[in-house]
Design a protein around this ligand. Structure first.
Ligand code: GDG
Length: 467
């Protein structure tokens, strides 16, 4: 078996014991590395005054990690700049929040070069290299310049936007050309894959060859849709762990005779939380009979706090939750519980299980793992109902959820009302189909599909076609 080298912006190695607070991506990658030998390369999370290329090699819980420190300027231009002020908002259809700044672009290129130069000596001839997410699009291009001939794959965790939108980015063609330095580029859904193809066919004189490869910039590229999943079995077990049970009991005691609606998201403007709050408010105003019967718990740990747009959405959510509570709360009832702290994964599993409805309504989302975790955590005999945005990648798989337009508070309110009164038989039927999908298309299936597709690409194509 080939060694696998995983590269992502941040290296975080979860212990697998359920108490960590890291996101879905980190969990998925650590799971991949426990089975393949190899290593995980990326930024340490620390800064230095001057970049020195020093690498820190460690072995944690069966996973070898190699990390480098970056400079403050790298962080502000590459991470907080090009990645999170340019690509993230644009790829989530927030052109209004997208900053175009030449220094961001330069910092992005510089950090990708630094990654390439420090990673280069670690790569052995038969290694498969798997690079993750929008922070590192140019990395293969930089590695090729240093003579790397290995098979290199890229997986985009966020949406690939529609053709017209990406052309608003200065130097969009260079960004797309950099993707042709890979052997395989994977997307979350066929829709994103098609949007990428459409760009290449229209803007870069691309063609699709008889063997299904995309050819442009003088090079062939395999693309594919690889929907990411969760470790469904592990999550279902977490949901019946003692800690989850305790959390469940606490929730049940405090929500006695009330139905709980839950939302769990990093505090990010792409998650549609404002419209979701308005949707809940609408439910309360349209259905006075439900007022004391329901409560909405939104868990939203803070994220990217140094980026202004995140401070603004936080302020708006603070105001909105305060307003709804001010309007509807009573001396012994508060409709909204809005919490900005992190919970352990097993506690989260208990919260999901105690909820009657999950509201997962991002305005755009590559996949959304919360939707899948909620499904995995349910009690099969009395499952809750998933309300899901049509603009989450997960909607492409989770058809039996109540699918809504996240921009419409009215639709959200209607779906909530339907979910809260759904008969047990229908809840069970829907949940079974959802759980079947979450179990089948899990994180292992995702990883194996991608790695096998990468291993099957003809290595050396790049060496030949670049000559
Ligand atoms: C990106 C893409 C894609 C949240 N609060 C707590 C907590 N979380 C965990 C959730 C879930 C993860 O964070 C969030 O994952 P999502 O998939 O929902 O969203 P992003 O962070 O935006 O992830 C997304 C994903 O990459 C993978 O490809 O699905 O579309 O945007 O696992 O449970 N975890 C803990 N405490 C919390 O308070 N422990």
């Amino acid at each position: 078996m080939n060694r696998l080298i995983i590269v992502s912006n941040r290296v975080t190695t979860p212990s697998g014991k359920g108490e960590e607070t890291v996101g879905g991506l980190a969990m998925a990658l650590a799971a991949a590395l426990r089975e393949y030998s190899g290593l995980w390369f990326g930024w340490s999370g620390k800064t230095v005054t001057e970049f020195n290329g020093h690498m820190n090699l460690q072995r944690v819980e069966g996973v070898t990690t190699a990390t480098i420190d970056l400079e403050e300027a790298d962080l502000s231009e590459y991470y907080n700049g090009y990645a999170n002020k340019t690509l993230w908002p644009l790829f989530h259809y927030r052109q209004d929040l997208t900053a175009y700044d030449r220094s961001f672009d330069e910092g992005y290129q510089r950090v990708n070069r630094r990654f390439a130069e420090t990673l280069r000596p670690l790569i052995e001839p038969d290694d498969l290299v798997w690079i993750h997410d929008y922070h590192l699009i140019p990395l293969a291009f930089e590695l090729r310049k240093l003579g790397v001939k290995n098979r290199i794959g890229f997986f985009l965790h966020i949406p690939w936007p529609a053709h017209q939108l990406i052309t608003t980015l200065p130097r969009h063609k260079e960004l797309v050309e950099a993707l042709f330095a890979y052997d395989l580029v994977g997307f979350q859904t066929p829709e994103y894959q098609q949007a990428f193809e459409e760009y290449v066919l229209n803007e870069a004189d691309g063609v699709i060859t008889a063997d299904g490869l995309l050819r442009a910039f003088g090079r062939p590229l395999r693309t594919g849709a690889f929907p990411i999943g969760i470790d469904a079995k592990e999550f279902a077990e977490l949901a019946s762990s003692p800690r989850a049970q305790r959390t469940y009991d606490v929730m049940a005691a405090h929500t006695a005779f009330r139905q709980m609606i839950v939302g769990v998201d990093r505090l990010d403007y792409s998650k549609g939380m404002e419209e979701r709050f308005l949707g809940f408010e609408r439910l309360l105003s349209d259905h006075p009979d439900l007022r004391r019967e329901v409560l909405f718990l939104q868990i939203a740990p803070l994220s990217r706090e140094s980026v202004e747009a995140y401070q603004e959405i936080r302020a708006r959510l603070d105001a909105l939750s305060g307003r709804i509570n001010g309007e509807y709360a009573d001396i012994d009832w508060n409709p909204v519980r809005y919490v900005n702290r992190n919970y352990r994964r097993d506690e989260l599993a208990g919260v999901y299980r105690a909820a009657k409805v999950a509201l997962v309504t991002p305005s755009r989302d590559g996949m959304n793992l919360v939707a899948k975790e909620f499904v995995a955590a349910q009690n099969p005999n009395d499952p809750g109902v998933l309300v899901l945005s049509r603009f989450a990648g997960a909607a492409n798989q989770l058809h039996e959820a109540l699918i809504v337009n996240p921009n419409s508070p009215e639709e959200i309110a209607e779906a909530l009302n339907r979910a809260l009164s759904m008969p047990l038989a229908e809840r069970i039927e829907r949940w079974r189909a959802l759980f079947d999908n979450v179990q089948r298309e899990d994180v292992t299936a995702w990883r194996d599909a991608f790695v096998n597709a990468l291993a099957a690409t003809r290595s050396g194509d790049h060496a030949r076609s670049a000559e």
